[in-house]
Design a protein around this ligand. Structure first.
Ligand SMILES: [Zn+2]
Length: 277
């Protein structure tokens, strides 16, 4: 599933390609991707004729600003936003096509259809999309001192991987980056958040920013089964930099101990038993 670095990459691409463009027409195939709306017309009528004036991100959501409204895009498991020309062949699983008056299109392709698009008014955002209003701090946008971060960790008393993936605590981190951040910090997935020392809090806080920034620089992670692509249809380059994620059985890049994969809370956790404590 695309996490903060992948979503931020697409946001930056969109910012470059779509700001100032006016929506000429919108085509929707099926209702699954726009399931929050009662019908296609209700979705389309709020976008057509609008001009894109900004592209923001909240957690794993892209918020395309259209005057008084946001077009919210959540990529789900396999969603892709792709720049296209009208003459380009339409890929299978293309659910939404947005055409601009200046020419060019943005298409939403999503084989597994967990992703979605919906329009909310900025004024009533909290009521219409409470999950956006409830998101925790953004690890690359929001300024927080590491001691404040440490205080919040102490108060939570949950396992570190659970905490990093809790969107209400910190927004945008999922299964891949929680493992990579914890490796960078030298901390285990199942360490209790209330047990970390001051020094470990600092390491974790620093690792969070560094791993995410590096992943954005390399335009995110694309995995064999998960289909993440940037706006131009290219895969991300950070997968090659993964230290533990999907590297079970391989030597740790820090201590040479074998990286392990454990079943944990319905998903997998990857870690190095040699250097994560
Ligand atoms: Zn190691």
């Amino acid at each position: 599933m695309p996490e903060l670095p992948e979503v931020e990459t697409v946001r930056r691409d969109l910012e470059k390609e779509a700001i100032g463009r006016r929506v000429k027409s919108v085509e929707v195939n099926g209702n699954r991707s726009i399931r929050r709306h009662t019908n296609k017309k209700q979705f389309i009528s709020r976008i057509e004729g609008q001009k894109i004036d900004a592209v923001e991100r909240r957690g794993k959501n892209i918020l395309v600003s259209l005057g008084d409204d946001y077009l919210v895009v959540h990529l789900g498991m396999s969603g892709q936003l792709l720049k296209a020309a009208p003459r380009d062949a339409v890929a299978k699983h293309t659910h939404v096509t947005i055409s601009f008056t200046q020419g060019g299109q943005i298409r939403f392709v999503d084989p597994r259809t967990f992703g979605e698009l919906y329009v909310v008014s900025k004024e009533h955002l909290a009521a219409e999309a409470p999950e956006l209003a409830e998101l925790g701090f953004d690890p690359i946008e929001d300024v927080m001192s590491w001691d404040e971060f440490g205080r919040r960790l102490m108060n939570k008393k949950v396992k570190l991987k659970t905490l990093l993936m809790d969107q209400k605590f910190v927004a945008g981190i999922g299964n891949i980056y929680s493992d990579e951040i914890l490796w960078a910090a030298g901390l285990r997935y199942d360490r209790g958040s209330e047990t970390v020392s001051t020094q470990e809090v600092r390491r974790l806080y620093r690792a969070m920013g560094e791993v995410l920034q590096e992943a954005i620089k390399l335009r995110g992670s694309s995995l064999a089964d998960e289909q993440y692509r940037d706006l131009y249809g290219n895969v991300g380059g950070f997968s090659a930099e993964h230290k533990v994620y999907a590297r079970e059985g391989e030597p740790c890049r820090r201590c040479r101990h074998t990286v392990e994969r454990v079943k944990w809370q319905g998903r997998s956790a990857f870690y190095c038993p040699g250097c994560q404590v």
